[in-house]
Ligand binder design. Structure first.
Ligand code: SAM
Length: 281
């Protein structure tokens, strides 16, 4: 990481944080450095930063990477970011909603990009899911999320934290929780602790051999956490219901996959989800 001058947001260019956009700006320089060091930026790579805010991470990254693409939704922050970093030829500001951006189309190279973000908490899981769906052009991410979300991301089968997100992340990523961050590191401080996590995309991992069917099955399986896998799959709707019917119904599919009908979704391993999806093909 290039040792740049310490970043201090000037009050004149740091707009009032917006709660609805999850704006908790990092002010603890030690945490900023730990996050950027975890990424270990390289001069020959493209990094996508989601939600640069007033530039706490951007400031450390812009001099260290080949190209930095910052995606910020808040229109009021755009002039602040342009004023600070627009003169750097490797900096591109994309004023857009990360939930709608096609990340791959932002990249003009064949090499995969890496992602860094202190994600807005209110939409962090939705952005994470979108990033996973764009993994063909991404290799690795260093993300800060709410601590509880990271606990769900890394939860193993059998635990109460295990849910749709845990299975999705296990299917396509290798995750490593790096360190926790206290509310005092932000302005304004959030109510909860955060965790920085490293997410590496697995090469060639396609559980069930069909991403759309796999995601629909896991999503339906967790639809009502108190219900059994059988009942949740029986209540599946749309295309998944059709596929289940074509294969004799939910109980036949589960028997073929050797998954007991009374199990709950949070107890199923990735291998069992894989078998359920393959039993419908
Ligand atoms: N990176 C800065 C930092 O660490 O100080 C800001 C982090 S703040 C937690 C989240 C940032 O994401 C804010 O700048 C917010 O405006 C932006 N944001 C919120 N929703 C977004 C969305 N849907 N797409 C892109 N950026 C978003």
């Amino acid at each position: 990481m290039k040792d740049t001058k310490e970043y201090k947001p000037s009050p004149s260019v740091a707009p009032h944080p917006l709660k609805r956009l999850g704006q908790h700006f990092l002010t603890d320089q030690n945490i900023v450095k730990r996050i950027v060091t975890a990424l270990s930026p390289r001069s020959d790579e493209t990094v996508i930063e989601i939600g640069p805010g007033t530039g706490a991470l951007t400031h450390q990254l812009v001099g260290s990477v080949g190209r930095l693409i910052a995606v910020e939704f808040d229109r009021n922050l755009a002039p602040v970011l342009e004023q600070r970093y627009g003169a750097n030829s490797n900096f591109t500001l994309v004023r857009a909603d990360a939930l709608e951006v096609d990340f791959c189309s932002l990249l003009d190279q064949t090499a995969k990009a890496r992602v860094i973000a202190n994600l807005p908490y209110n939409v962090s899981t939705a952005i994470l899911q979108r990033l996973i769906s764009h993994r063909r052009c991404l290799s690795e991410m260093v993300l800060m999320l709410q601590k509880e979300v990271v606990q769900r991301m890394v939860a193993l089968p059998g635990g109460k934290e295990r849910g749709y997100l845990s299975v999705l992340v296990e299917a396509y990523c290798e995750t490593e929780a790096l360190f926790d961050v206290s509310p005092g590191a932000f302005r304004p401080p959030p109510k909860v602790w955060s965790t920085v996590v490293r997410v590496k995309f697995k090469e060639l991992s396609e559980p069930g051999g069909d991403e759309i069917l796999f995601i629909a099955t896991v999503s339906a399986g967790f639809a009502q956490k108190r219900k059994t896998i059988l009942n949740n799959l029986r209540n599946a709707t749309g295309a998944l219901q059709e596929v289940l019917k074509r294969n004799g119904g939910a109980s036949i599919v589960l028997c073929k996959a050797e998954v007991e009908l009374q199990r709950r979704a949070e107890t199923l391993t990735l291998a069992e989800w894989d078998r359920i999806v393959r039993a419908m093909k």
